[in-house]
Design a binder for this molecule. Structure first.
Ligand code: ATP
Ligand code: MG
Length: 439
């Protein structure tokens, strides 16, 4: 068995109930039910990870991970409302209405010092699937703040890694050798940033160094997993802080290379991107829905726009057509890093390619834009551009106004149109084709 890399022992520090602030009121009733029943049946039952950390910080945890010495089959035998999931490593999901409590059997890290069967050339863990005890389970966790176990038997916290102190000190500290742990799973670099942004913690210096050394390894992470991480990074209400940290630590360019390049060169694009991030954070805090396609569209906007101009100089096509084509190519490039599901790429391309159509405010065709299924997203996108001074305010006002007008008023608006909307166009004469966008 591996020894505690931090203090050389495998004895936990046990923090009794009287010495910590984690109350059961912070935990869901369902999670507590699971813990009590496991415990009554003679098993060890702990809450572990984010929920203990968040409870300590009074952040009202939302999902609850239970760790136990019961095997998945033993868990299933105790709960009627239980399903076993995962082929490689089985987990029990106990369902209470819409809430699911995940119950995991203690696991040992499958990778050992001199055993490279379980990792790839760069040290990435490929398998991680041996049951163990709590004092093995702890070492496969990422950060000390995520490795606290709350024991339902006496409401104490078990701490093998000094996580308790690190939470108090607000520090993101990796368990074990940071260089090795980052190589094992490069996603931990993104997790470090995500927790730092969410919890307003400082990232420990050795962790920062390990990120500096290994940021390029993100390219080895399956693109589908990076999409999941993208959602967690940018839809949790701390998108702007996360964005800054990702950039500070050279991670953003690994995720969005084309975007990163444009951001460095173009202050207007940076302002637009920032406005979108702030907007996303505001929506999340207000409990409004956010779609990843909006922010992805923002990130890819300038690369798409630039490529569209090139495509248009090569071949006759409308601005909308060029944007749609360019979006297709840029998204394809981006997919090599982060696989964005089609249900987001398709509406995103529509949102981007509708942008030139806002300039046409006269006639039936202009009016029809209001009924386009992507109008709302495209309108929000256009509004954001105009808010940061990229796009005419008059156009933004026109499209804002017509949405609240009566049918008669609206018909008049589209009859009069706003011919001045044309003045923002590039001076180059537009080539006419059977355009899909003529007024
Ligand atoms: P949150 O739910 O707020 O995102 P969390 O800490 O619960 O935070 P999860 O992704 O839900 O994060 O993971 C649960 C726990 O599993 C973590 O606290 C950590 O102990 C462990 N864990 C998750 N991902 C990794 C990883 N890539 N490497 C090591 N341990 C991990
Ligand atoms: Mg969690």
């Amino acid at each position: 068995m591996k020894k505690n890399p931090k203090n050389g022992s495998k004895e936990p520090r046990i923090i009794p109930r009287a010495a910590h602030n984690v109350t059961r009121a912070e935990f869901s009733k369902s999670a507590l039910k699971v813990l009590y029943r496991l415990n009554k049946a003679g098993y060890q039952a702990f809450l572990v990870g984010g929920c203990v950390r968040d409870a300590m910080l009074e952040l009202h945890p939302k999902d609850f991970d239970v760790a136990t010495d019961a095997t998945p089959e033993e868990v299933k035998a105790l709960f009627g409302n239980c399903r076993l999931i995962g082929r490689r490593f089985r987990l029990a999901h106990v369902r209470f209405g819409r809430e699911i409590i995940e119950v995991a059997t203690f696991r040992a890290a499958a990778i050992h010092e001199h055993d490279d069967h379980h990792s790839d050339d760069e040290g990435r863990i490929l398998r991680d699937n041996v049951y163990g005890s709590i004092d093995e389970d702890v070492w496969r966790r990422d950060f000390t703040c995520n490795a606290l176990y709350y024991n339902i038997a006496d409401f104490s916290i078990w701490d093998y890694t000094d996580g308790f102190e690190d939470v108090k000190k607000k520090r993101i500290v990796l368990i074990g050798d940071p260089e090795k742990r980052m190589r094992e799973d490069p996603v931990r670099m993104l997790r470090a940033v995500r927790f730092a942004a969410k919890l307003e913690f400082e990232i420990d210096e050795p962790v920062i160094r390990a990120i500096d050394h290994h940021s390029h390894l993100l390219t080895n992470v399956p693109a589908a997993r990076l999409f999941d991480e993208f959602l967690k990074l940018f839809q949790a209400g701390n998108a702007e802080r996360t964005f800054d940290l990702l950039r500070d630590h050279g991670l953003f360019r690994e995720m969005f290379p084309a975007t990163a390049e444009e951001l460095d060169a173009d202050a207007d694009f940076m302002r637009f991107t920032r406005a979108a991030l702030q907007n996303t954070d505001r929506r999340v805090k207000q409990g409004k829905s956010v779609t990843p396609m909006f922010l992805l569209g923002v990130f890819l906007w300038l690369p798409v726009k630039k490529l569209a101009e090139i495509r248009r100089s090569e071949e006759k096509m409308s601005e909308s057509q060029a944007l749609a084509l360019a979006a297709y190519e840029i998204v394809a490039q981006q997919q090599r890093r982060i696989s964005i599901p089609k249900r987001f790429t398709v509406p995103m391309r529509e949102m981007l390619s509708l942008q030139p159509r806002f300039e046409f405010k006269r006639g039936k065709r202009a009016m029809k834009l209001l009924d386009h299924r992507r109008f709302r997203a495209a309108y929000d996108f256009m509004l954001l551009l105009s808010e940061v001074g990229q796009g005419s305010e008059e156009t933004a006002k026109f499209w804002t106004d017509v949405q609240t007008q009566s049918a008669a008023e609206r018909a008049t608006s589209f009859q009069l149109g706003q011919p001045t909307g044309q003045k923002n166009r590039r001076p180059r004469r537009r080539r006419r084709k059977k355009s899909t966008q003529s007024p």
